[in-house]
Ligand binder design. Structure first.
Ligand code: 5U1
Length: 703
């Protein structure tokens, strides 16, 4: 029976049937969300079904099939990845960079096929991710391996099973005996930004780009960490196939994959000849920045399988395929001036004004230099020739200068003493890398604009139609000063702005009204408290449950919130003790901003609060990062040096001077087993926290 999710006739009297129904329903919802890109139920509904299935499986473990959606949460950490030999090697692709390369490719192909004047090609995207082989036997996912060197990869099955886009069981009536699906694991740009925000909030290292984040997430020995990372997958190739005939063309293969329930990217086309290839390339190039994931080019494959076989291979790449790469995203240009920009927290960022240069499809005239120390470290001077990099949508940055090209009159950057916007003094605290305008948002319109733009942004109050330029106008014309003023705006004031028709003004007012119904987490995030990113705002909302409890929180109480350390706690406290901020909060509440209060106060246990640990030497099974995560999850702090304040030194093999110092100071010394026992006694699960550790990943998987 194909029971409808919402149907009252869904079986619930018989637990076995109910579990089967829940499994099917959850798998269907995963497919709708991750493969069809068309969610079928709200998240809360999905969670309810998921929890019901989990409870049923806990009561009747024999129900827990390997394709159950509950099996995507990750399992015990592996000591290492096993090696897997690919039955058919995973090949790489030849590259083309300009129109001539593509015309030459098409000519090579049509000449080799003889008498074929115009060849049909399947065109698709070249994802900036990690190539993977998925082995399905009788429709069940049995093994997943990285590309590795093409012949041998690593067994990452446990991690791959956590990716909801990947079906654990294939659908339909043409399920083969054996199928190797090849494709790419990647991370969407939005998910990458959220992950890095979480890394920042937790004081952890950020990932350089979505590809590194995807690679780092997939190459985790602890699949519970992978399960926390939003990874995606697109299928684009095939290895072994048994039990079903090979489809006659590449496009038919991808259609079949879709029928099997595998995710296939919808950005694909079948075109004819070199002209068709170049048209596809240009079309994707124009839309590249709007795609939700990063790509570094497109891929062309001769569409007909018999023709592919006829063409064969050269060394490790097929003759029938080519990657057409986008131009390099780095370029050389000259720094004409270095000016400073003022951010919403008053942060002063040096910005290089550049001689216009074409990088990765756009003309760049400005690039961030991050902060004064970076300018000195990279030794960038006005007049220098520099390398500019543009990665996806990220603000272009100056990577390095070319010292040989430095002119004699190159000038050093001098940090101004006064804010270029409001004239207030620029100050830089001793232990901070960032200089700031001391004007605050009352005096400094740049901070006002930044704060309002942040408040209205999608992840905060999500006020649609209230864009950055509109806010700039409203501030410049002194129509608004604070976020509370937004809710006092009327049709006349808005309609008087440049380029604002009455209909658009009405839309903005409707969006403002809609934004009043929000969540506590969005509201806290929207306030723009320093060091409070989205993840911290969520933690604060979850922990305190209502705004008044947060407003009344002491520093000690703030420190009890998961992942909040002294710097964040002091920043939150300072924000909520400033009378102007308190008045703003009250005005916003009075304007009608509301959320569901008292969603439950969840206080995570922090049994090791106040204990300082130092890790030294190599532990037998845990990495230092893992041990540190476990300690911090239990409320302990990890320090780099031993002192009288140290509570425990955790020592592994080859521990050196830190161990000796601990002995001389009489500090308690634990080995790994001792640490695990301590965590166990403290009631903490002896497993690394599933939160994030940024792992430096090399370009291991890239052909
Ligand atoms: N889209 C796509 N990416 N990609 C990468 N197709 C594709 N095919 C590949 C590779 C390495 O290889 C086969 C042509 C062998």
């Amino acid at each position: 029976m194909q029971a409808d999710l919402h149907s009252a006739s869904a079986p619930d009297n018989d637990w076995r049937a109910r579990a089967a129904w829940l499994t099917a329903a959850l798998n269907r919802h995963n497919h709708a969300y991750y493969v069809l890109d068309d969610p079928s139920v709200p998240d809360a509904e999905y969670d309810k079904l998921f929890q019901e299935l989990q409870a049923l499986e806990a009561a009747h473990p024999e129900l827990q099939g390997s394709d159950s959606p509950t099996q995507r949460v990750g399992g015990k950490p592996l000591p290492q990845f096993e090696q897997v030999r690919h039955s058919i090697p995973m090949l790489s692709l030849g590259n083309g960079f300009d129109d001539d390369d593509i015309v030459a490719f098409d000519k090579r192909v049509s000449d080799a096929l003889g008498l074929v004047p115009e060849v049909d090609y399947a065109c698709e995207l070249k994802f900036d991710g990690l190539a993977i082989n998925l082995r399905y036997e009788d429709g069940v996912l049995v093994e997943a391996a990285t590309r590795g060197d093409g012949s041998t990869g690593e067994n990452v099955t446990a991690n791959i099973r956590t990716i909801r886009a990947i079906p654990l069981r294939l659908h339909g009536d043409r399920v083969p005996r054996v199928l190797d699906v090849r494709g790419e694991v990647l991370m969407y740009k939005d998910d990458f930004a959220r992950l890095n925000q979480r890394q920042r909030d937790a004081g952890l290292k950020e990932f350089a780009n979505p590809r590194n984040a995807a690679a780092g997430s997939l190459r985790q020995l602890d699949s519970r960490i992978t399960a926390q990372r939003a990874l995606r997958f697109f299928a684009y190739g095939i290895g072994m196939l048994e039990g079903v005939d090979m489809p006659p063309s590449h496009s038919a293969l991808l259609d079949w994959y879709m029928a099997l329930g595998l995710p296939v990217c919808k950005e694909r086309a079948v075109v004819t000849g070199a002209a068709g290839l170049l048209e596809f390339f240009r079309d994707i190039g124009v839309r590249r920045s709007q795609l939700p994931y990063e790509i570094d080019g497109v891929v062309y494959k001769v569409n007909r399988l018999d023709q592919q076989l006829q063409l064969g291979f050269v060394s490790r790449a097929p003759r029938f395929a080519l990657a057409h790469k986008f131009p390099a995203q780095e370029a050389l240009t000259v720094v004409q001036e270095i000016e400073v920009q003022v951010g919403r927290t008053g942060a002063i960022t040096p910005v290089a004004r550049l001689a216009p240069v074409f990088v990765g499809g756009v003309t760049v005239t400005n690039a961030t230099l991050h902060n004064e120390d970076e300018v000195r470290r990279k030794d960038i001077r006005i007049g220098d020739t520099v390398i500019v990099r543009r990665a996806g949508d990220v603000i272009p940055e100056v990577v390095a200068c070319v010292p040989e090209s430095r002119p004699a009159d190159a000038r050093e950057f001098v940090m101004p003493v006064a804010c270029p916007v409001c004239g207030s003094e620029i100050v830089r605290l001793e232990d901070e890398s960032i200089a700031r305008c001391s004007g605050g948002w009352i005096k400094c319109s740049a901070q006002r604009k930044g704060g309002l733009q942040h408040f209205a942004s999608r992840r905060a109050m999500d006020i649609e139609g209230l864009g950055d330029q509109l806010i700039e106008q409203l501030v410049d014309k002194q129509v608004i000063t604070t976020p509370a003023d937004l809710y006092r705006l009327g049709l006349t004031a808005l309609a008087e702005l440049d380029r604002m028709a009455e209909k658009s003004a009405q839309n903005v007012l409707a969006a403002l009204e809609k934004s009043k119904s929000t969540t506590l987490a969005r509201f806290i995030y929207g306030l723009g408290i320093r060091h409070v990113g989205e993840a911290t705002a969520k933690e604060l909302a979850r922990h305190f449950g209502n705004l008044d409890a947060l407003l009344a929180a002491t520093e000690e109480q703030l420190l009890e919130v998961a992942d909040i350390g002294p710097v964040v706690a002091r920043s939150v406290l300072a924000f909520f003790t400033d009378p102007l901020n308190l008045e703003l909060v009250e005005q916003l509440r009075a304007a009608g901003i509301h959320w569901d209060e008292g969603a439950g106060v969840e206080i995570k246990p922090r049994p090791l609060l106040g204990n300082i640990f130092v890790l030294t030497g190599t532990l037998p099974t845990l990495s230092r990062d893992e041990a540190a995560q476990m300690i911090e999850a239990a409320g302990g702090k990890v320090s780099g040096s031993v002192s009288k304040k140290t509570t425990y030194v955790v020592a592994g093999s080859d521990a050196g001077s830190k161990l000796a110092k601990a002995e001389s100071l009489g500090v308690s010394i634990l080995d790994e087993a001792g640490l695990l026992a301590l965590l166990h006694t403290a009631g903490m699960d002896a497993a690394p926290a599933t939160d994030d550790v940024a792992i430096e990943t090399s370009d291991l998987e890239k052909p």
